[in-house]
Design a protein around this ligand. Sequence first.
Ligand SMILES: C[S@@+](CC[C@H](N)C(=O)[O-])C[C@H]1O[C@@H](n2cnc3c(N)ncnc32)[C@H](O)[C@@H]1O
Length: 272
Amino acid sequence: MVSEIRLFAEDTYLEKAQSYQAVLSSRGVDVKLDVIDKLNARFLRLNPDLGLCVDQDGLWLSANGMKMQPDWKAETARLKRASLKSEMIARACNLAEKPKLIDATAGLGHDSLLMAHLGGHVTLIERHPILFTLLEDSKQQAASDPFLAKVMQRIDLVFSDSAEYLQQQIEQKTLVDVVYLDPMFPQRDQNQQAIKKQAQVKKQMQLLHLLLPEDGEMDLGDYLLVLAQQISKRVVVKRPRHAVFLNAQQPDHQWQGDACRFDAYFPKMLIE
Ligand SMILES: C[S@@+](CC[C@H](N)C(=O)[O-])C[C@H]1O[C@@H](n2cnc3c(N)ncnc32)[C@H](O)[C@@H]1O
């Protein structure tokens, strides 16, 4: 995991940059702050290594001439098109019932944002300090947006490893309606069609993959399923369409889409 990173900011945003630096440092990331002349496309092209930058829109991850942030405000058009009927995730997570959900693999938070918009009360867990800080920033900005402000009241963010968080919930005998899991999945293990789709993944995902590289032993999150089943009525796992089952465990129900599917588990102890 990245424990040292450069943060670029123009002089105007120095104070803002220093506060991100302090927050990241409290989360174990050593940030080298660089004040630069102009944060523009040319600068990003000339500084292709993975880094962070700050501007009027907050904190960004940058690499290879691109920059990205979870940018929940930019999801507004997508959210406005979404409905309980049209979204497979809504059926998989039973969002019509306004469930209490834990998203144990938050990432950019886009799935959770959609689930909260469609009525869920979502606690997002993310263990990566940089991603978590980007998420926090996105939530803060979305809270002042007239369309998203209400949705933000149904979203909580927790900086933690989900294995620890779920274990705590088990010990406290907390029950939730749904635990949602979307762990990273190695691109090399997907079939040709899925790989083709991956080649077109948005730049957000490309940068996310740089931050969470998949060489070495990638954490596939199999253990999360076992923990999640102990505290929820339903565990929903998002997978690439042809991927193997999480923890090699056959689901009780599936929803199939073109690029991905949702595998649902209904823990037996709770329905018996
Ligand atoms: C594929 S991304 C999730 C994408 C997300 N569904 C979205 O809509 O943006 C997986 C994320 O889960 C996080 N993650 C994986 N295992 C985790 C764990 N044990 N605890 C907390 N976060 C975890 C990774 O850091 C990564 O950000």
